[in-house]
Design a protein around this ligand. Structure first.
Ligand SMILES: [Zn+2]
Ligand SMILES: [Zn+2]
Ligand SMILES: [Zn+2]
Ligand SMILES: [Zn+2]
Ligand SMILES: [Zn+2]
Ligand SMILES: [Zn+2]
Ligand SMILES: [Zn+2]
Length: 487
């Protein structure tokens, strides 16, 4: 209370008894607050109503000083007053000193003095009306849209929400007599509104009339004749245009058809040329494979013969095979050679350590299962695979494109028994393959010329490297096919 930036004027109260004149301020005419006297004419003032920088309001003296009126303070404080809120209904009365306590907003005494609204609407409201203000008047009170469930402050609902609320009733823009259209239903209403302006359905054929929806039926009735006439005229024109277009398109189709059949003929011609080429190519390929096979067989057998058998076998060896071979008619010169070799079905793997070191894919000489049987060779993988990798040697049987394939039975079950000769004189290592199916698939020529396909995925643990010493002499391994059965 003591620190107020604005100097206060006198006490603006309703005094119960008459107040002596010297207690009233000469300037504001109220009972003086912090009473002072001026020494020019001894008039009374509130200390806030007079300044020594201006002249005296009573005698106009430009120079004066003020004298403290403290000795009158008690008489002022003891003056009897009604509450300044008497006009609002406060019936309190007491001394000036008591009144200052009664009206202090921090002390909550006078129920008729103004306090700021607790909802922060920036209004000052008499304390006795605050409940009603917060319930019914305050812009910041909670408020529910009367058309939907939306909740917000009163000013939010009124100033923002209602402008977009889908359920607010709106006026039809055609001012028809339907009321209570919800905002979200307006466009649906327009589709059926009796006063919506429509363009005649026959506008496409030239009726340019516009009318309200409710008058549409009447327009149709009254103008049926003219609508029909317009339709007929338009139809005739359209018909003519269409017929012309149709003719044009027919012409185009004819031209394109001719071009198409010409191209078809060309394609057929090219196709037959291509077929001829293909046939010729296949013939050549067959011949080529045969030649390569024969050549390889001859070569191997020659070498083999020179190295292995010249010294070991009696010179009349080739005759032996002729006894079996006699069942089928003798074919080409190469057959005799192949058969005589393969009847023994023995083969030698040389340079084992090099094959092992360089991981070479080694294949044996080609052999036949019988004099006119299935052609095959044995593949050796010195280092094994999977679990046996680096530990054991693996063998596999490869079926090849053979001389007698055309007269053989396909597919055919077979079992091969392979022997590895023990060169120390001990028992040979023998292994019989699982039953496998020999198939003839000319398209499956994955190896150029000779190897048709691997039919048996091999035996991985055929010979463990630790046992090599009994079988490996002079870096050579000697094998024999001891049995081929067709179970
Ligand atoms: Zn004053
Ligand atoms: Zn004066
Ligand atoms: Zn009061
Ligand atoms: Zn308020
Ligand atoms: Zn709403
Ligand atoms: Zn309407
Ligand atoms: Zn019309």
């Amino acid at each position: 209370m003591a620190e107020e930036s604005q100097p206060k004027k006198g006490y603006q109260c309703e005094f119960i008894d008459p107040v002596p004149g010297h207690l009233k301020c000469h300037k504001c005419k109220m009972v003086a607050r912090n009473l002072v006297f001026v020494n020019c004419c001894m008039e009374s003032y509130c200390s806030g109503c007079i300044s020594e920088r201006e002249s005296c309001h009573a005698c106009n003296a430009s120079k004066f000083s003020t004298v403290d009126g403290k000795k009158h303070l008690k008489s002022i404080q003891e003056l009897k007053v009604y509450c300044s809120m008497k006009s609002r209904g406060c019936d309190w009365s007491g001394t000036v000193e008591e009144w200052e306590t009664h009206i202090d907003p921090n002390l909550d005494n006078c129920q008729y003095s103004d306090v700021p609204c607790p909802l922060d609407c920036d209004k000052m409201i008499p304390k006795n009306l605050i409940v009603q203000h917060m319930a019914d008047e305050c812009a910041k009170r909670e408020y529910t849209c009367e058309y939907c469930d939306f909740k917000g402050t009163y000013e939010e609902v009124m100033n923002v929400h209602l402008r977009e609320c889908k359920y607010v009733p709106v006026q039809c823009p055609n001012f028809c007599n339907v009321s209570d259209i919800k905002r979200e239903q307006l466009w649906q209403h327009i589709k059926i509104c009796s006063r919506e302006e429509l363009l005649c359905k026959f506008s496409g054929v030239g009726c340019e009339d516009r009318f309200w929806r409710k008058d549409e039926a009447e327009h149709m009735n009254q103008n049926s004749q003219s609508h029909l006439l317009k339709t007929a005229t338009t139809l005739a024109t359209v018909n003519k245009e269409l017929r012309q277009k149709l003719l044009q398109q027919e012409e185009t189709i004819k031209t394109q058809g001719a071009i198409l059949s010409e191209q078809e003929e060309k394609i057929a011609l090219q196709q037959s040329t291509l077929d001829n080429h293909n046939n010729r190519l296949e013939e050549l390929e067959d011949k080529l494979f045969k030649q390569v096979d024969d050549y390889q067989i001859n070569l191997r057998h020659q070498k083999h013969k020179e190295k292995q058998y010249d010294s070991l076998l009696p010179p009349d060896m080739p005759q032996e095979s002729n006894t079996e071979c006699s069942a089928s008619p003798p074919k080409q010169r190469a057959d005799t050679l192949t058969l005589s070799m393969s009847e023994r079905k023995e083969f030698v793997l040389q340079d084992f350590s090099k094959i092992k070191r360089d991981e070479l894919d080694w294949k044996s000489v080609p052999m036949y299962t019988s004099a006119s049987g299935y052609k095959f060779c044995i593949g050796i993988d010195a280092n094994g695979r999977y679990n046996y990798r680096g530990k054991a040697m693996r063998v596999e049987v490869n079926i090849m494109k053979g001389e007698f394939d055309d007269s053989l039975e396909w597919p055919r079950s077979a079992e091969f028994t392979i022997e590895l000769i023990n060169q120390q004189g001990g028992p040979n290592l023998e292994y019989t393959s699982k039953k496998m199916t020999l198939r003839r698939t000319a398209s499956d020529f994955s190896y150029v010329g000779s190897f048709q396909r691997v039919l048996y995925d091999g035996y991985y643990g055929f010979l463990e490297h630790s046992q090599l010493k009994d079988y490996l002499i002079n870096d050579e391994l000697h094998f024999r096919i001891s049995k081929v059965e067709f179970p």
